[in-house]
Design a protein. Structure first.
Length: 184
């Protein structure tokens, strides 16, 4: 399978893992040894500046930490959008188009001229070799193209139905699939 780095994994309604119910995951790495991504639509209520001093002004609205996935919740992965025309920064590694990972150890001052917005994720979503491919084959995930605004969407709670609706046809109908009442 070709690399899916930069693609979105949209949880299908059949995926019953509570860690991924109605999630949209952006893959930041997909290699023969496995895959790594972050959940784009699980905002917390913790402001970025409360945990990472100086980064708040670069944080895209809503400016809070996000739950990137169930693995290593004590770790952080940061995505950012490259500023158009900006020189390449050593603290920014492109993933797809203008979106890339941001090295938080570089400090906000080093990246202020390089990025227009960031999003910080606690933890990540990870798959071992072949695991993601099996989950896609079983119908747990829909693999879709990301739009440039998806990783920093200002209304992350709406991302799951929004991504599905823009596909049109039967996929758009999936956006209206009722949530499991047992989850409420």
């Amino acid at each position: 399978m070709a690399s899916l780095t930069g693609q979105l994994l949209v949880a299908a309604p059949v995926l019953k893992d509570p860690n991924f119910d109605r999630t949209v995951v952006m893959l930041v790495a997909h290699e023969p040894g496995g895959a790594l991504g972050v959940v784009l639509n699980r905002a917390t209520e913790v402001p970025v500046g409360e945990v990472l001093e100086g980064w708040q002004e670069l944080a895209a609205a809503p400016g809070v930490l996000f739950e990137g996935g169930p693995m290593k919740p004590e770790s952080a992965i940061c995505l950012g959008r490259a500023r158009p025309g900006a020189r390449r920064s050593r603290g920014f590694q492109p993933v797809a188009g203008q979106i890339g990972t941001v090295d938080l150890s570089a400090g906000p001052d080093a990246l202020r001229d390089a990025v227009t917005g960031i999003r910080v994720f606690t933890g990540y979503s990870g798959w071992s070799a072949g695991q993601l491919e099996e989950e896609i084959e079983s119908g747990s995930w829909l693999v879709l193209d990301a739009l440039p605004g998806d990783p920093l969407a200002p209304r992350p709670d709406d991302l799951w139905p929004t991504v599905l609706r823009r596909q049109g046809g039967m996929m758009a109908a999936v956006a209206h699939f009722p949530a499991d009442p047992a989850d409420n």
